[in-house]
Design a protein around this ligand. Structure first.
Ligand code: BES
Ligand code: MN
Ligand code: ZN
Length: 490
């Protein structure tokens, strides 16, 4: 969704010629003398409008207003969370209607994070997937004006939010595409096309190069598939050459059948979303392309299918990873960690300041945290704190999980250096412990997004998470870098 920021007081909003309007009315609403204020004030007085977040009063051709469809939306305490609830409800109520553009108007000066919340919610509520429909319902609501009392004060947050929305929409697009429309090669093509933005470069490695690198674990997962694997390397070079990059590693399993350890049929289609980590890396690069911040970021995506086949890996097979560690593959459905471990080893060459992997890694994480918070594991407390903070401010929260060494006991085996699965207990944690063995040489965090990357049932579809969290983390780092530069007199 494309947004425009405008200075728009209540009297200006009353004269605004748009097709639909959402007026956010918080608990402390102070009406002016204009028609819009009077409408809202009266509706509150008569009890027709409650200011509780999410309560709506739709109006049509109200007296004195230039916009025919005005939805008065209770915005509660005006916090980012309340605004998100309000805008989500109001825009959903307009979604089926004839309006093609929209104004979202704040009746008070927005609180920090409220503009971001409004834009995320408006984009989310009006989103429609279309790529594989023969007669796509056109996305009616494509443009929205954000009206605030003073546009210059909201500009920085607005630009950041617009970039975040574009990143989330790109991540959703790729995650939502079925596996036959999002093959490893097609993902690589999507990554390549990001190099049209300044400072973004993309390299794609194929099977021969990956073999030469010795990525025996990644290759093992791919060997049952007719689709050739791709190893995607994205670079965003916004900082000085001397600055160590942050490396993002996204799990790119374009379809996860489980392999020989085949998954049951019900809901197996959802395993097209198993490249959501990769999609989030593409999304972050889209946002970086728009914002051009001063920092260096590398994105790594091991992309392949996990299929059963005459050539597929079998339970008990032992493979040698790029790190030299041998792995006994006891369950071919624990494939995410097998592709990620080689990408983590590859990350060493960038001498990174931090490496964050993002993966729909375990059903166990979904059981532990549900769809609200992503699981976060970190070998470093400062990195963990930064990711927690980023999640809160981007409205894309995570929760730190433990990494005690005792959790790795179940990964011991007589036949290799490590097994790829432990028992059922603590499944999200034992998966993280497996990855940690390949992340000893840098500051590392792992985000398990199995519960947060997509919604099931009737709302089935990708969420674009954790693009917001990652972008917020990166931008906070760029700000820190700028502040340090200033102190050093640069
Ligand atoms: N992609 C799945 C994880 C997953 C499952 C995400 C369900 C979202 C919903 C992953 O590759 C997987 O199959 N993990 C196994 C690990 C097990 C074999 C140790 C799992 O979670 O069952
Ligand atoms: Mn699997
Ligand atoms: Zn998987």
């Amino acid at each position: 969704m494309n947004f425009e920021l405008r200075t728009l007081g209540l009297s200006g909003a009353a004269r605004e010629k748009c097709e639909a309007m959402v007026l956010l009315v918080g608990d402390g609403f102070k009406p002016g003398k204009d028609a819009l204020s009077q409408l809202a004030a009266q509706a509150i007085k008569t009890g027709d409008l409650q200011t509780k977040a999410g309560k709506l009063l739709p109006t049509y051709r109200a007296n004195g207003l230039s916009c025919p469809r005005v939805v008065l939306a209770g915005a509660g305490d005006g916090s980012a969370k309340s605004v998100r609830v309000a805008v989500a409800a109001a825009v959903s109520s307009l979604k089926g209607g004839p309006a093609r553009n929209l104004s979202v108007v704040f009746s008070d000066q927005p609180q920090p994070g409220a503009v971001l919340a409004a834009m995320l919610a408006a984009a989310e509520a009006s989103y429609a997937y279309t790529s594989t429909k023969s007669k796509p319902e056109v996305r009616k609501l494509q443009r929205a004006v954000i009206g605030v009392a003073s546009a210059p004060g909201a500009k920085a947050e607005f630009e950041r939010a617009q970039a975040q929305v574009w990143g989330i929409e790109l991540a959703k697009e790729w995650a939502n595409r079925p596996s036959n429309h999002a093959t490893p090669s097609q993902l690589a093509q999507a990554a390549r096309s990001l190099s049209k933005f300044p400072r973004i470069k993309c390299d794609v490695l194929g099977p021969a190069q990956v073999k030469k690198l010795g990525m025996g674990s990644f290759m093992a997962v791919s060997q049952g598939s007719a689709e050739p694997l791709r190893f995607i390397v994205l670079k965003y070079e916004g900082g000085p050459k001397s600055q160590a990059p942050v490396v993002l590693v996204g799990k790119g399993i374009t379809f996860d059948t489980g392999g020989i350890s085949l998954k049951p049929a019900p809901e197996m289609d959802e395993m097209k979303f198993d490249m959501s980590g990769a999609a989030s890396v593409l999304g972050v690069f889209r946002s970086l392309g728009a914002l051009q911040p001063a920092l260096n970021v590398v994105g790594l995506i091991p992309a392949c299918e996990n299929m059963p086949d005459g050539r597929a890996i079998k339970p008990g097979d032992v493979v040698t990873s790029m790190s030299g560690q041998t792995i006994e593959i006891l369950n071919t459905d624990a494939e995410g960690r097998l592709v990620l471990c080689d990408a983590l080893t590859y990350a060493e060459r960038f001498r990174p300041s931090a490496v964050i992997d993002i993966a729909t890694l375990t059903g166990a994480c979904m059981i532990a945290l549900g769809g609200v918070r992503s699981g976060m594991f970190a070998s470093d407390d400062t990195l963990a704190a930064a990711l927690l903070t980023a999640g809160e401010s981007a409205l894309d929260p995570c929760w730190r999980m433990p990494l005690d060494d005792e959790y790795a006991d179940g990964l011991k085996t007589h036949f290799a250096d490590v097994a790829n699965v432990a028992g059922r207990a603590g499944g999200a944690i034992t998966a993280a412990k497996f990855l940690q063995r390949f992340a000893a040489k840098f500051c590392w965090a792992h985000l398990d997004i199995a519960g947060t990357a997509w919604k099931g049932a009737a709302a089935k579809g990708a969420t674009g998470r954790p693009v917001g969290l990652l972008l917020d983390y990166l931008l906070a780092r760029a700000d820190l870098g700028r502040a340090a530069g200033k102190r050093a007199g640069k």
